[in-house]
Ligand binder design. Structure first.
Ligand SMILES: [Zn+2]
Length: 97
């Protein structure tokens, strides 16, 4: 059940868990002093995705629907660094598209 916030004019704000089908725009009775308390409306907790995270997730989301097809093996890096393909000799034997 969702939680709604109400503000008692005599006490303080309080929260109530009410069923979705309940009338939540009408004031409710304060659980302490039984005074009619209107509901408190606040801005929704919407946060913006940080730029770095959005940049990193862009290619990931693009490859979800249209993944890139590898047509040839990756070229080894210059400078004597070993290619990941050499570390796994079974990879060149896999079928190519
Ligand atoms: Zn009260």
């Amino acid at each position: 059940m969702p939680i709604y916030e109400f503000r008692c004019p005599s006490c303080a704000e309080f929260r109530l868990s009410l069923p979705i089908s309940a009338e939540t725009s009408a004031p409710v009775r304060c659980p302490v002093c039984s005074e009619r308390s209107p509901r408190v409306f606040r801005a929704p907790g919407v946060a913006r995705t940080p730029t770095g995270l959005a940049t990193a997730r862009g290619p990931e989301e693009a490859s979800r629907d249209q993944p890139q097809v590898v047509r040839r093996a990756a070229t080894p890096h210059k400078g004597g660094e070993r290619s990941p393909l050499r570390a796994k000799p079974h990879l060149p034997a896999l079928p190519r598209p």
